[in-house]
Design a protein around this ligand. Structure first.
Ligand SMILES: Nc1ncnc2c1ncn2[C@@H]1O[C@H](COP(=O)(O)OP(=O)(O)OP(=O)(O)O)[C@@H](O)[C@H]1O
Ligand SMILES: [Mg+2]
Length: 166
């Protein structure tokens, strides 16, 4: 069943997917985003933030420079970007472990950057297609994360959403 692969054709569609997943997330969840520069990881997280009911007055922006941004919502969002980090120790210096074990949803752009960290979560991999097309694959580790993804997939299919399943 996984990876489950979707194709979006606009930033708005990628955000809608993120929002649908965000609505299903509970506390202490980790979402690991991967894919090339500019492919849509922050865009997906903006939708996910909507699903976590982060107010529109607190726009989700890229943490490329700040390394981490935090937002209050139905569940708090801890939004990390590992691109500029050199070693996993830099990440631990940011208090990453405490966030991971906190009540919020931790979203990590470049979540595949340090494989030795052995992170467990919902994995979202984005690939550039032609023009505004993006191939987005979902997979997960752990019983809880797999159950969330199964619910996500079933709801999406039941809702008859228009994006192609590849
Ligand atoms: N289908 C699509 N899904 C997502 N973004 C898209 C899509 N089509 C075009 N875009 C554009 O691609 C860009 C994605 O930028 P975004 O900052 O989300 O990427 P990123 O993966 O977070 O980059 P970085 O690696 O620099 O953090 C935006 O300008 C967005 O408008
Ligand atoms: Mg980004």
């Amino acid at each position: 069943m996984f990876p489950w692969i979707m194709e979006t054709r606009s930033p708005e569609q990628t955000q809608s997917l993120g929002e649908a997943l965000g609505r299903l997330l509970g506390p202490s969840t980790v979402v690991l985003l991967s894919g090339d520069l500019g492919v849509g990881k922050t865009c997906f997280t903006q939708g996910l933030g909507r699903g976590l009911e982060i107010p529109e007055t607190e726009p989700v922006v890229s943490p490329s420079y700040t390394l981490m941004n935090q937002y209050r919502g139905r569940i708090d969002l801890y939004h990390f970007d590992l691109y500029r980090l050199v070693t996993p120790e830099d990440l631990l210096d940011l208090g990453f472990d405490e966030y991971l074990s906190g009540d919020g949803v931790t979203v990590v752009e470049w979540g595949d950057r340090f494989p030795d960290l052995d992170l467990e979560g919902i994995r979202v991999h984005l690939e550039q297609g032609e023009g505004e097309c993006r191939k987005i694959s979902f997979s997960a580790e752990g019983v809880k994360n797999l159950a969330v993804l199964e619910a996500f997939r079933s709801q999406w299919i039941a809702a008859g959403e228009q994006y192609d399943r590849v």
